[in-house]
Design a protein around this ligand. Structure first.
Ligand SMILES: Cc1ncc(COP(=O)(O)O)c(C=O)c1O
Length: 414
């Protein structure tokens, strides 16, 4: 993994250059599009700080990144300058972070992890229907019980039957025997095609599905599958903290990834990322998008180019080395808290490469949960509470949390 960091001035220059290659609503004759620069009363473009703020300057110029720009050079020509930076960030994610071959992946900046996940399900459903003549009742969506709710949401939208895999209560690992049994049952019930989603960290536990184990079972049972990785939580940390992993495009079982810039990368909301091997995005083509140059391959349609610029800027501000240090720091801080919890006799779950610590609810009083804004697995009857070690979580707060926690443990023990 190796991409260069740029200075603030270099970043500013690149974005300005990109904006100058876009069509400007201010200076060009643009009669045909239902869009403009942002309302000039509220978002005046002569504010002096815009000179030094490439993201805000892009927001105000308001480029639309509709479509998928990695597919060809056919996209909307109006905003080709900033679209080029989106292409660059997609290749950094696909090739540098997930070790894809150069130019062999497509992708786009989606509104969030939910859309990126559903985009994957949509592509594979259409792939099985078009290439294998599959009926809806022959395709199943497979994911663990700890998966994000975007899986049942996507299954519902796309009319896919869900197969939910059981996990072990303590290790949060998919139970292999039960999985194999469910596959065989599904086959007996007429399911012939499987869309499998692996978690590159679950939302609540930070658990990472054992993809090698799961794919070994799929191959052993001669299953016809497409596999998507939900890296919305872990996709911007795990590759940095665990460089030797099976979660890369080098793994032939994997067809696509979801990432979320608006989690670990600290980009604004609206910065999900969908990455897929070349040859698959076409299954999400909407032919009827005839007025869009290059057509549309995404769920969302119009989307702000400023979001893409924000991700590009963050990737370029830190470079691969800088992000590695930042992500390792989060993992180290999580490890340190785990050591302290362990010494206090508190039971918790943590994947050592991820920055989530999930504590059994019996150790957490309602007061502590409220005081430290801990998030439960469910609000009515919590079994677990999680701590997410983000950049804003300071050591002093963690120290106070441990003092309060130990005091309640001590009181309860007496
Ligand atoms: C594992 C996982 N997948 C998907 C999502 C959905 O992401 P978003 O809220 O950006 O749509 C989340 C959000 O927490 C997540 O943790």
């Amino acid at each position: 993994m190796n991409w260069e960091k740029l200075t603030h001035d270099q970043i500013n220059e690149r974005v300005k250059q990109a904006l100058s290659e876009n069509m400007s609503y201010k200076t060009k004759k643009i009669l045909g599009v239902p869009a403009s620069y942002l309302d000039e009363e509220q978002f005046y473009d002569d504010a002096p700080f815009l000179e030094e703020s490439p993201f805000l300057a892009t927001l105000i110029a308001n480029p639309n990144h509709i479509g998928c720009h990695t597919l060809s050079d056919e996209s909307e020509p109006f905003f080709k300058g900033t679209q080029q930076l989106e292409k660059e960030l997609i290749s950094i994610c696909a090739e540098e972070i997930f070790a894809g071959d150069q130019g062999q992946q497509d992708g786009y900046v989606a509104p969030g992890g939910t859309e990126a996940n559903i985009q994957a399900l949509w592509i594979y459903r259409n792939y099985f229907m078009r290439e294998h003549g599959a009926g809806l009742n022959e395709i199943a969506l497979v994911y663990s019980q700890d998966s994000h709710y975007s899986m049942p949401k996507g299954g519902n939208l796309l009319h896919l039957k869900s197969i939910v895999l059981e996990v072990d209560e303590h290790s949060r690992a998919i139970k292999p025997d039960a999985f194999e049994h469910q596959l065989q049952e599904a086959r007996a019930a007429g399911i012939r095609y499987f869309i499998v989603v692996m978690n590159l960290s679950t939302t609540m536990f930070g658990s990472v599905d054992d993809i090698d184990l799961v794919t070994a079972i799929l191959y052993k049972n001669d299953i016809n599958f497409k596999l998507h990785v939900d890296g919305a939580f872990g996709g911007f940390i795990y590759p940095f903290t665990c460089p030797e992993s099976s979660y890369t495009f080098r793994n032939p079982a994997i067809s696509s990834f979801t990432l979320d810039g608006h989690k670990m990368l600290q980009s604004p909301y609206g910065t999900g990322i969908f990455l897929t091997r070349k040859g698959l995005m076409q299954y999400a083509l909407t032919e009827e998008a005839a007025y869009v140059k290059g057509k549309d391959y995404t769920i969302c349609g119009s989307r702000s180019g400023a979001n893409a610029i924000s991700i590009w800027m963050i990737l370029r501000t830190h470079g691969s080395d800088g992000l590695k240090v930042r992500m390792q720091h989060l993992a180290d801080k999580a490890g340190n808290l785990c050591d302290r919890l362990g010494k206090a006799g508190v039971e918790f779950f943590r994947n050592p490469y991820i920055n989530i610590i999930t504590i059994k609810a019996e150790y957490i009083t309602k007061e502590i949960a409220a005081k430290y804004s801990l998030v439960p697995d469910q609000h009515d009857h919590p079994s677990w509470y999680k701590i997410v070690m983000m950049h804003h979580v300071k050591q002093g707060v963690l120290d106070n949390f441990m003092i309060d926690l130990k005091a309640t443990l001590h009181t309860n023990a007496n």
